[in-house]
Structure formats: structure tokens, C-alpha cells
Design a protein around this ligand. Structure first.
Ligand code: IMP
Length: 433
């Protein structure tokens, strides 16, 4: 019996898809616990590329159960589209996918409200993915949300939807001054989706607790990253869920104290999509160069990602608050060819140097990074499969990051392929025990 979590250490897009895919081959159950189809987890299998948004990353493996946990917000139409895409590529979805009935649903008005709220915020906009994530979680907390299980009872669902629509339409019309687009015909569309999902709906917490009791291996798949966490992240420029290890128990019904291991994935540099503080961001030519080298465009929205050097203050903070056993370092190959690779080790705020990540949004807006500049390496490292075969300056860079983070680097990824990964200098053979 063993349970392991993998989360993002930065602002999402760390390469979790590939890491989850690798660990999933030794898991029995893979469970998502937060976020929704704002996520985009990319897995490359041979020549084939899969981008998963809502469906957990064990779906491409035979014999694994993939659970969409109760903390996820599920857009039924988007889920069906993703399922159909996988079925068309020969993935037996119905055998492998389960959805917790307690998960909340995203309906079309959530998506419209997401867009309207962003326009309303103007300069203060968050830069959301526009998928209706925030409004769906807001309804959950306000206790006006609708859950997957509610969709399975047409009369009950129609009553809940009727009440929700009255409120949403009033908001769209009176607050945002727009013509409401949605009426009760929404119910028919949602119920049609529900019929197709009915056979997959379960009590996810019970499924996980039983799997644990049966000695199965469970992998918890984080979405987004620690710095987008509603409480721990760069609020208000965050997503609306608990993206870190702390989100797992609430987002699945698996007892918090039963989790055995927690790993995080971090890029060898930093990226961010959307607005908000990013102390190590590179502007101008160097930022463009890093974006081009890493092909840094969003997997969900296609937006260019903001790019910057590795931020050890972020990594130390996120690592400590999630109690990590180890780290997966990704995209190290992208740094080949840079003469120097600076690492942000502190922040300058006036005449003070901060080494802890500050909570204060005003401080975050004005601080400057304090950097330690390390020598780069020119060699292409995409074919390297042993730490000892990395160029010496590259080995030293990895050692520096490891020392900064205070957790061992278990694996190093040097390209998108399933085989382009190897053990870090202090990595263990088995990541489950
Ligand atoms: P939302 O989750 O769509 O509400 O967006 C809130 C913030 O989180 C925005 O800055 C998004 O760009 C960011 N975000 C949400 N999901 C992801 C992701 O999977 N990767 C990277 N950024 C994300």
C-alpha cells in the first residue's frame, strides 16, 4: 500500500504530465483533486502527443483507474469532448475513468461570468483561462453550486438550475449590463451529457479508501502549481482551488494522514501565464530567447508564457509548505546555449533583502530579484541519460538548485519524450517507498 502525490512547484506548466505518466505505470489508481479544464497536461508517447485537460494522466495506461475527484470542477461538455477524442484514438475510456458525484459542475453561465468579471476588473484582471473555473468554485463556496450527482436526477437538477439561473441572469443583466444568454434549455443539454456520464459516477473517497485497504498504489495528480494556490499563492493572481498537497484530502476524501509521499515538479527556469507577480521575469530579448528555446506557449489557451530564471525563493517556499520528499527537475535541456544562468536567491525591497516569499501584494509589485550568476553550458543534453554525463557546469547548476530547495532532485528530464529522463545525483531507485 502506497500513496504518492505529484504537484507543481511554480505557477503551473512545470511538465507534470510527463512525470505523472511515468509514475502512473506503477500505480493502480490516478486521482485528480483540484482545478478543471484550465489545466493542460501534455504526454508524448512515441510520435503521438496527448494533451489532457480534465482526465487524469493514467488514462493512457492499461488497467488503471483514473478518478476525477470531488475537488475538481467538471465541465460536462468539455469532459465528453475530451473523452471522445481519446476514444477515437483507441483509449477504452469507460473501463478506466471514474468521476466523483460530489464534484461541482461548470455550466455555460460560469464561463460567461468568468469573461465578464475579467473585463470588469480592467487593469486588475487576473488573466484567467476563461474556462469558468473561478465562478464555479465561487458557487461551491456560496452554496449555490450544482454537483455531478445532482445532474443524475433530472427533477432535482432542474430545480437547482432554475434557482441558479435566476441569480446568474440577474447578475449578468444588472451588474454587468449584458443580455442574459442562458435559459432553461440549458437543462436539456446538461442532462444529455449526464446520461453519457452516469455509468462513471462513483463515491470517489470510498473508491480511494478501498484501494488503500486493498494494498493498491494511488497517485494524486496535482494541477496548476503551488504558487497558484488560493491560499499559499500570489493572491489574488491565483486559481480558485487548493493546488498543493493540502488540497488532496479535501479534494478527494482520502484521509490526509494516509498520504505517504509528496513530490513536486519544477522547471529548471520559471514561467507564468496570466497576470500577477513574477519576481524573476525576464523582459526583452533574453525573455524572448528563453520562450523560443522552451517553446513556451500555453497547452490550454496557446498564450505565450512569461519566462524568467529559476527562482529559489519560490522553490524554497513551495517546497517547505508542501513537505516534499523530492523534486522532479524538468526542461534542463532548454538552458543549453546560454552563456550564464542566473538564479534568483533573494528579493531586494528598498534597502532590505528578503529571503522568504512575502505575502504582501504591494511588496511583490515593487521588489527586485537578487541573483547569483552561474556559468552556463553549450552542449545539447537531450541524449544524456546519466547525471555523470551532463557537462560539469550543468551538474553544478543542478547541485545548486538542489541545495537551494532543500529536497533531493529525484529525476531530471531533458526533453518531452518518455525516455528522456534519468535519476538525479541523490535520487532514489524506487519513488513509492
Ligand atoms: P483560472 O484558473 O482560469 O481561474 O486562472 C487563474 C490563473 O491561473 C491565471 O493566471 C491562469 O493563467 C492560471 N492558470 C490556470 N490554470 C493553469 C495551468 O494549468 N497552467 C498555468 N497557469 C494556469
Amino acid at each position: 500500500m502506497s500513496s504518492t502525490a505529484v504537484i507543481g512547484l511554480q505557477w503551473g506548466d512545470e511538465g507534470k504530465g510527463k512525470v505523472i505518466d511515468g509514475l502512473a505505470s506503477d500505480a493502480d489508481v490516478v486521482a485528480r483533486y483540484a482545478g478543471g479544464n484550465n489545466a493542460g497536461h501534455t504526454v508524448i508517447v512515441g510520435e503521438e502527443k496527448y494533451v489532457l485537460h480534465l482526465i487524469p494522466g493514467g488514462i493512457l495506461h492499461e488497467g488503471k483507474i483514473n478518478l476525477i475527484g470531488r475537488g475538481v470542477v467538471v465541465n460536462p461538455a468539455a469532459l465528453l469532448e475530451e473523452m471522445d477524442g481519446l476514444v477515437a484514438r483507441g483509449v477504452p475510456i469507460e473501463e478506466r475513468l471514474r468521476i466523483d458525484g460530489r464534484a461541482h459542475v461548470i455550466l455555460p453561465y460560469h464561463q460567461q461570468l468568468d469573461g465578464l468579471a475579467e473585463v470588469w476588473r480592467g487593469e486588475g484582471r487576473i488573466g484567467t483561462t476563461g474556462r469558468g473555473i473561478g465562478p464555479a468554485y465561487a458557487d461551491k463556496v456560496a452554496r449555490t453550486g450544482i454537483r455531478v450527482a445532482d445532474l443524475l436526477d433530472p427533477d432535482y437538477f432542474r430545480r437547482r438550475l432554475h434557482a441558479a439561473l435566476a441569480e446568474k441572469n440577474a447578475m449578468i443583466e444588472r451588474v454587468y449590463g449584458q443580455k442574459p444568454e442562458f435559459d432553461e434549455s440549458l437543462a436539456d443539454q446538461a442532462l444529455e451529457c449526464a446520461e453519457r456520464l452516469r455509468g462513471l459516477v462513483v463515491d470517489g473517497g470510498a473508491l480511494l479508501r478501498q484501494a488503500e485497504a486493498d494494498g493498491k498504489r494511488i497517485l494524486f495528480e496535482g494541477a496548476q502549481g503551488a504558487m497558484l494556490d488560493l491560499d499559499a499563492g500570489t493572491y489574488p493572481f491565483v486559481t480558485s482551488s487548493w493546488t498543493g498537497v493540502a488540497g488532496i484530502a479535501g479534494g478527494t476524501g482520502f484521509p490526509a494522514r494516509s498520504l505517504n509521499r509528496a513530490y513536486a515538479v519544477t522547471k529548471a527556469y520559471t514561467t507564468r501565464v496570466g497576470e500577477g507577480p513574477f519576481p524573476s521575469e525576464l523582459h526583452g530579448e533574453m525573455g524572448e530567447r528563453l520562450r523560443a528555446a522552451g517553446n513556451e506557449y500555453g497547452a490550454t489557451t496557446g498564450r505565450p508564457r512569461r519566462c524568467g530564471w529559476f527562482d529559489a525563493v519560490v522553490a524554497r517556499y513551495a517546497s517547505a509548505l508542501n513537505g516534499l520528499d523530492g523534486i522532479f527537475l524538468t526542461n534542463l535541456d532548454v538552458l543549453s546555449g546560454f552563456e550564464e544562468v542566473p538564479v534568483t536567491v533573494g528579493y531586494r525591497d528598498g534597502d532590505q533583502v528578503l529571503t522568504e516569499f512575502p505575502a504582501d501584494g504591494a511588496v511583490l509589485e515593487r521588489l527586485e530579484p537578487v541573483q547569483e550568476v552561474l556559468p552556463g553550458w553549450q552542449e545539447d543534453i537531450t541524449a544524456v541519460r546519466r547525471f555523470e554525463d551532463l557537462p560539469e557546469t550543468c551538474q553544478n547548476y543542478v547541485r545548486f538548485l538542489e541545495q537551494q530547495m532543500g529536497a533531493p532532485i529525484e529525476r531530471i528530464s531533458v526533453g518531452p519524450g518518455r525516455d528522456q529522463i534519468f535519476r538525479g545525483e541523490n535520487g532514489r531507485d524506487c519513488l513509492w517507498t
